[in-house]
Design a protein. Structure first.
Length: 376
């Protein structure tokens, strides 16, 4: 493999093959996170619901809408699959370019993130949530959960810290592998910094990202339904382990916890299941016009899923400010309020997406032009 330096010209990444159904996975994960947070703002805890509301259907709904970490885990595995897996493929083919990788990742993360942080600050000032400028700087560079808090009480931002450092880890490792000895010293110093940061983070989430990256090559192999079936079993087992060890004030699981692995084992098991299913999904190419349209619509809604994830908590804070009372009964009125919360998050995210996240490609092209002008 020919060593590549940081000053290599940037080659636009073209000709990438669309992977079927993964856009739907991305959007559903973001939508479920919104649904989970909206449910917590709309209803009281299960144990405080009225007796007539504690039905089996309601129990199922509450069980499905308490798995916030598990849906964020889908993001981590999917990120490893798409970013880490393609990075490994480029290293194998000798086509990795550090400048291209850096500009792609910087534009992808920060073009939507910075406006979302501004939006979070505006709402926090309005509703009386804490705002720290130190937290703002820390959240921009991914130190939330390491040395600063989530900015403006926008708690889903915790996962952005992991994503940023996943990208730095992958890029610096690729830089080290494709550089000459003198440059490797600089890459090694960056890797040391990454290891120091991850020493303060939860390692099971890093394993989830790596599992996604290591299964990307299966996309190019013949369809393996048995492997996907094994993945479904791992997902089910990991989900049960993770949920059984999650804190709850409504259900006493203490006598069963001795038989359940730790939450970390549950997360890794669930991650493995997701990672094994993703390649199988990509091989289920649409066979009809209807399925093709469904797949295409998934691309449209997934386009603003990152913005939805970043902006929905401030919207829910506004709801909490003007409608602070949570419902103790599940009835038509409370369900309508719940759906209105979700709909407002979706509508605002789409409107917020248009001037910011939708322009990511243009910003990326502009940054490439600036870099080429400097290196010419």
């Amino acid at each position: 493999m020919t060593p590549r330096r940081f000053s290599d010209p940037i080659r636009p990444s073209g000709g990438q093959t669309h992977l079927c159904w993964l856009d739907w996975v991305r959007f559903i994960a973001a939508f479920m996170v919104v649904g989970i947070h909206a449910r917590g703002e709309n209803w009281v805890e299960w144990g405080r619901l009225t007796e007539t509301s504690q039905t089996k259907l309601a129990a199922l709904f509450f069980a499905l809408t308490r798995a916030g970490t598990e849906w964020v885990l889908v993001f981590f595995v999917l990120s490893g699959f798409l970013v880490g897996g393609k990075l490994i493929e480029r290293l194998r083919d000798g086509t990795f370019s550090l400048p291209e990788y850096v500009l792609d990742r910087v534009s992808r993360i920060w073009v939507p993130l910075v406006p979302a942080l501004v939006w979070s600050a505006i709402v926090a000032f309005w509703v009386g949530k804490p705002v720290s400028w130190l937290d703002l700087i820390g959240n921009i560079i991914g130190l939330q959960g390491v040395s600063v808090a989530n900015f403006a009480a926008n708690h889903p931002l915790w996962s952005l810290g992991y994503e940023i450092w996943f990208y730095v880890l992958a890029g610096s490792l690729a830089w080290w592998l494709t550089s000459e000895t003198k440059v490797r010293i600089s890459a090694g110093m960056v890797l040391a910094l990454v290891f120091a940061v991850f020493a303060r983070m939860r390692s099971e989430f890093l394993f989830a990202w790596l599992l996604g990256a290591l299964t990307y090559w299966l996309c190019h192999k013949p369809r393996m339904p048995r492997l996907a079936f094994a993945g479904a079993l791992f997902m089910a087992g990991g989900y049960v382990f993770s949920q059984a060890t999650s804190a709850t004030v409504s259900v006493d699981l203490s006598k069963w916890l001795r038989y359940v692995p730790s939450v970390e084992v549950g997360i890794v098991t669930l991650s493995l299941g997701i990672a094994l299913i993703l390649p199988f999904l990509t091989q289920l190419a649409p066979q009809s016009l209807l399925s093709q349209r469904i797949n295409d619509f998934g691309s449209k809604v997934a386009a603003f899923s990152y913005t939805l994830y970043l902006t929905h908590i401030p919207i829910l804070y506004l709801w909490e400010c003007y409608q602070p009372e949570r419902n103790s009964a599940i009835n038509l009125e409370s369900v309508i309020w719940y759906l209105l919360r979700i709909a407002s998050c979706l509508l605002f995210a789409w409107l917020f997406y248009l001037p910011f996240e939708k322009q990511t490609g243009r910003v990326r092209k502009l940054l490439r032009g600036i870099w080429l002008a400097r290196t010419a």
